[in-house]
Design a protein around this ligand. Structure first.
Ligand SMILES: NC(=O)c1ccc[n+]([C@@H]2O[C@H](COP(=O)([O-])OP(=O)(O)OC[C@H]3O[C@@H](n4cnc5c(N)ncnc54)[C@H](O)[C@@H]3O)[C@@H](O)[C@H]2O)c1
Length: 331
């Protein structure tokens, strides 16, 4: 298939472009480079075509879809920082919700009826049920989660009214890097636990703060579900290859395994050989004690199986990437 990938220069987007190309698809990237890296796309696609453009530019999207005879879109482009979304909710409405509306409008104009879209566990807020399955009601507690939930609802309407086929993939915590060290995570600012822990091992930070050790979890620190970026990428390839116009699927992508913050720090000490000093500091508001995916639907509907999402592979690939590229994609 000819596929347009928005957010193709980002972390998950670049890994997915690489797997799509390896699976024989023709990829055109679309990214405004506000948060991504041209170098990530170039490495992932071995010099493929990247359109530098914003989601808000509907005419450019229509042109990109038509000129490249696009048959399906994978949509990663969005802002994804919870704290930033609380400070600037309007930015998230504009970029994530209105940006997706512009993409949808362009797709309908160009008669492209297949879409795989990034969603998030943040749509569930503080779920009562654990592990979390897709029938858990959406109840986002921050503007980022709200923006992603609004996008899913917009797409449900487009499925009903225009016969759009879409799969929303609700990721848990993306982590890890490519096995050959070519691609990895490079966010500025970095807010994700694993890269921050590894930055301590690299000497780029002095120590790590653990927010609360009095949660109702086995060691008192928060428990999260980490899923390897390569497993996320393979789910996108599967989702695309099975998707037909008019179909709708909303599915969790997580490993189904819970790992505590304390366990991540201990495992990172083992993998890096660095003591990684850690301080226990007060809880952050809005951090649920435990978020673990029920991933049965992804397994049954997509035939997906996470194969790299054990915490040792996640940490060792991430460490290999950060060690080789201490400044990320910056030369
Ligand atoms: N990283 C995670 O753990 C995680 C978890 C759940 C969901 N997600 C979602 O997955 C997607 C990808 O996440 P990521 O970690 O790869 O993020 P990323 O920031 O690395 O990649 C996003 C890319 O989108 C581009 N972009 C943003 N707004 C744009 C716009 N208006 N027009 C064109 N390009 C634009 C950025 O330049 C960047 O290259 C996002 O939608 C994010 O919300 C990520």
């Amino acid at each position: 298939m000819n596929i347009l990938v928005t957010g193709a220069a980002g972390y998950i987007g670049s890994h997915t472009c690489r797997q799509l190309i390896e699976s024989g698809h023709q990829v055109t990237g679309y990214d405004n480079l506000s948060r991504g890296h041209q170098e990530a796309f170039d490495r992932a696609s071995a010099g493929g075509k990247l359109v530098i453009g914003d989601l808000a530019n509907t005419p450019l999207l229509v042109r990109s879809l038509r000129e490249n005879e696009i048959q399906a879109v994978v949509h990663f482009a969005a802002f994804g920082l919870v704290g930033e979304s609380v400070e600037h909710p309007e930015l998230y409405r504009q970029n994530n919700v209105e940006g997706s509306r512009s993409l949808l409008q362009a797709m309908l104009e160009a008669n492209v009826k297949r879409l795989v879209v990034s969603s998030t566990t943040a749509i569930y807020g503080e779920p009562s049920q654990m592990p979390i399955s897709e029938d858990n009601p959406a109840a986002p507690i921050n503007p980022y989660g709200q923006s992603k939930w609004e996008v899913e609802q917009m797409l449900v309407n487009a499925q009903e009214q225009h016969g759009l086929g879409f799969t929303a993939l609700r990721y848990f915590n993306a982590a890890g890097a490519s096995l050959d060290g070519l691609l990895g995570e490079d966010h500025e600012p970095e807010t994700h636990l694993i890269p921050i822990v590894l930055q301590v091992a690299l000497g780029q930070r002095d120590r790590i703060s653990i927010f609360g050790d009095d949660y109702s979890t086995p060691d008192g620190t928060c428990v999260r579900d980490y899923v390897h970026v390569l497993d996320l990428a393979s789910a996108h390839v599967r989702a695309l290859e099975r998707l037909q116009p008019g179909e709708l699927l909303q599915v969790n992508l997580g490993s189904g395994i819970g790992t505590s913050v304390q366990e991540i720090v201990e495992q990172a000490r083992r993998v890096t050989g660095h003591p990684i000093p850690a301080d226990i500091v007060p809880r952050r508001p809005g951090d649920p004690p435990c978020l673990i995916a029920n991933n049965q639907l992804a397994k049954s509907e997509l035939g997906w199986q996470p194969v790299h999402s054990d915490i040792t592979t996640i940490l060792s690939t991430a460490w290999d990437w950060h060690h080789r590229h201490p400044r990320g994609y910056t030369p």
